[in-house]
Design a binder for this molecule. Structure first.
Ligand code: IVH
Length: 720
């Protein structure tokens, strides 16, 4: 989403009360805003197969919009996006008008929504609470719907949903998909079968491996891969793609294929269609919920993506009486899975060693889609967390430990690293053993120790451990540190492992050009490098030699000294010289310089101790001095103080900024006394949305946070 000038404010409902006369106007702006975002998401999802918004965010935004329509019906937009299905049609295919409209499904998000659905149906049909209404429950496959028309047993055409009324003619492509029968025996003269085209996880994975080998664009998830593969103008390409089709509904019919939903699906199966074996017949909402849980439990082992369970009234004469609303049937609903939770197997626990030597356990999972993203790793925090304790010594998960081979619940929210939320003990194997957290560094083998009161176990070999060296180098070139273009984590790893390049510490990066000129390394002759790219890298390294004091302090990767603290230190000491002198002369808890560093608002004794410890270590001081000899360090600029309009505010930047780099925008904000954060929360004051801003902007709007575009940002920082 791109914020524009007249949509600077995102409204949460709680903010509406005090707005007085401006209220209606602002709600309309908000509705337009949400409607533009929903339409853009529809276009990306349905027409271009390139969604930039997660399904979970889409649902949040859609609900937000629906709530606004509900609360302010007099402000309803003429062309509400809620009444549209699918996206605009693409140019490439000829069009087919559907005999029977292809509809969307209403959503239920919890058991109350399901009960309400049942109540509505009973009321509509005038049935009492004791009368039985049967439903089918089946997985909602996350693919794209297709309608295939058969006349006298022959496939005559196939069409995508399109906008629900007119779809794209993909007949030639449908003909090359194995699971779509080309002829039917014993079918009604006219039969339109509807179902989902999808790709399995395994096929998706193999396709991406092949695309990578062929240097082609990778697909971001199985749904996009399926959509992109079906909607090929050349059916030879579709033929090579492993698409599958599962039938779950029908359109036009010349004669009945069953009395119930369930038996009709059976008929389709008998005609040769694949139908979902997880289709159940349920006699009550309680039974629906049981099957919902069962299907959710099976989600990770199905081998294809599903995002909920579809409930349909079983009795077809009831379906007919119930009919449709504008875009959804009254007789069916999609009960969505909680966007951020999914169950899967914990296949292994791997220990990563960080730049400060911390041993961090990482869960390797059987891949599972959580909120639209395939998750195969999750953090396990530390050994206490695995054992079932939090940092205060309280029981987590009722004290249950986590073991390799467990059936675990994965939690993912926004950009946060996925976590393991729970364990299902009923699925624990008899031979499972308590996880024995390593007591030695898995990389260098040194003993790993836990300080008293510290939840983290650390490799004790300090800066000589190769894992720590690599991680420190990665931190050094990171976005908030030296941010050298073309030198990211991947390159650092390959440089570190290349003996000839001999990159042991940060200062070695700055001698690369010279060593190359002396023919010692010849970067251009290495795999993946050429004359141009090597030269470009050397130039980028040269540019990075000029660095602000705050960034330099942060780049040193001193434990406890994060970005914010580095800037505080820089603003306090102003010059590198002063900072360095103070640090090397400071003695713990005695000298005035110790008091001085502790007097900085935001620096406590733990951080001070860590700083002083670093500068008391002769080999570290030598390495730092060596590094500094290659640099030109900019003194800290004075804060603008209270006259700055963003002083003390927390900002988040998202999307592409066109006038300045993200790094410059951030530095400017910090110089003006603002804190810059990477994620949106209730603490965010302003979100600056550049081009193609995605989920962060949506989240900010939903939280009622002020959203401004780049022009407004430029105006804001131009202090008069
Ligand atoms: S029934 C009139 N059943 O979900 C009802 N849809 O949000 C037609 N979908 O367009 C749909 N699995 O692409 C139905 N078992 C299932 C489904 C399913 C996936 C998709 C389908 C539909 C969308 C609605």
């Amino acid at each position: 989403m791109t914020a524009n000038k007249d949509s600077k404010i995102g409204l949460g409902e709680s903010h509406l009360g005090f707005l007085g006369d401006k209220k209606d106007e602002m709600i309309v702006v908000e509705m337009k805003h949400a409607s533009i975002s929903l339409r853009k998401a529809n276009l990306e999802y349905y027409t271009n197969d390139t969604p930039s918004m997660s399904d979970a965010d889409y649902d949040v935004l859609k609900r937000h919009y629906e709530k606004l329509e509900l609360n302010f019906p007099h402000l309803k937009l003429k062309n509400s996006p809620i009444n549209e299905i699918g996206g605009p049609l693409s140019e490439g295919f000829s069009k087919i008008e559907h005999n029977v409209r292809m509809l969307s499904l209403g959503n239920a998000f919890n058991s109350k929504d399901v009960k309400d659905f049942d109540d509505r149906i009973r009321k509509y049909l005038n049935l009492g609470p004791t009368e039985i209404v049967e439903y089918t429950a089946e997985p909602k496959i996350d693919g794209l719907s297709l309608s295939v028309m058969y006349e006298y047993g022959e496939l005559v055409y196939a069409a995508t949903r399109g906008d629900g009324v007119i779809g794209e003619n993909v007949t030639n492509n449908a003909r090359v998909i194995d699971s779509i029968p080309k002829v039917l025996v014993g079918a009604p003269d006219k039969l339109e079968v509807r179902g989902e085209i999808y790709m399995t996880h395994e096929d998706f994975h193999q396709l991406n491996i092949k695309s990578a080998e062929d240097k082609k664009r990778l697909f971001s998830n199985p749904r996009n891969a399926a959509a992109g593969s079906l909607r090929q103008l050349d059916c030879e390409i579709t033929k090579q793609r492993p698409l599958k089709f599962i039938a779950y509904a029908w359109g036009a019919l010349s004669s009945s294929i069953g009395e119930t939903q369930f038996t009709s699906i059976q008929t389709m199966k008998n005609l040769g269609f694949k139908v979902n074996p997880l289709t159940f017949n349920c006699a009550s909402t309680e039974e629906l919920l049981v099957h919902y849980n069962l299907i959710e439990q099976k989600r990770a082992t199905l081998g294809y993506d599903i995002d909920g369970v579809v409930y349909k009234v079983n009795n077809l004469s009831f379906q007919e009486r119930l009919g449709f609303r504008s875009t959804t049937p009254r007789w069916a609903i999609a009960h969505k899975f909680a966007a951020e939770l999914a169950w899967t197997w914990l296949e292994a626990i791997e220990i990563q060693v960080g730049r400060t030597g911390a041993l961090s356990p990482v869960a390797r999972l059987k891949p599972v889609t959580v909120g639209g993203v395939v998750v195969s790793n999750a953090t396990l925090h530390n050994e206490d967390y695995i054992a079932g304790w939090d940092s205060q010594g309280n029981a987590l998960r009722e004290g249950q430990d986590i073991r390799i081979g467990d059936w675990v619940q994965v939690y993912r929210a926004g950009d946060v690293i996925p976590k393991i939320a729970n364990v299902d003990l009923s699925k624990r194997g008899v031979g499972s053993v308590v996880y024995d957290f390593p007591k030695n560094c898995p990389v260098c083998g040194s003993i790993a120790v836990r300080d008293l009161g510290d939840a983290v176990r650390r490799c004790g070999s300090g800066i000589t451990c190769p894992a720590q060296k690599i991680e420190r180098l990665k931190h050094f070139v990171g976005r908030s540190a030296f941010d050298i273009e073309g030198l990211g984590g991947k390159q650092i790893e390959s440089f570190f492992n290349d003996d000839l390049l001999s990159i042991e510490g940060p200062s070695d990066i700055f001698t690369l050009r010279k060593r190359d000129e002396q023919n010692a390394i010849k970067l251009q002759d290495r795999d993946g490098w050429g004359k141009k790219s090597a030269e470009k890298l050397f130039d980028a390294i040269d540019i990075s030699r000029t660095i602000s004091l705050g960034r330099l302090i942060f780049s040193l990767g001193i434990r406890q000294v994060g970005e914010q603290a580095s800037n505080l230190l820089a603003n306090h000491y102003k010059t590198w010289q002063k900072f360095f002198e103070e640090m090397i002369t400071t003695e713990e808890a005695s000298s005035t310089s110790w008091e001085d560093v502790n007097s900085i608002d935001g620096v406590g004794p733990v951080m001070a101790d860590s700083l002083v410890g670093t500068f008391r270590n002769p080999s570290q001081v030598k390495a730092i001095q060596n590094l500094v000899s290659h640099l030109s360090i900019q003194d800290a600029e004075p804060h603008l103080g209270l006259e700055s309009p963003i002083f003390g505010k927390t900002l988040v930047f998202t999307g592409t900024l066109e006038r300045m780099s993200r790094a410059e925008a951030k530095a400017t904000a910090e110089r003006m006394g603002a804190k810059v954060s990477g994620s949106v929360s209730s603490k965010t004051d302003i979100l600056i949305a550049g081009l193609e801003a995605g989920s962060k902007a949506k989240k900010a709007i939903n939280l009622g946070i002020k959203v401004i575009d780049e022009d407004a940002w430029a105006e804001l920082i131009e202090v008069k």
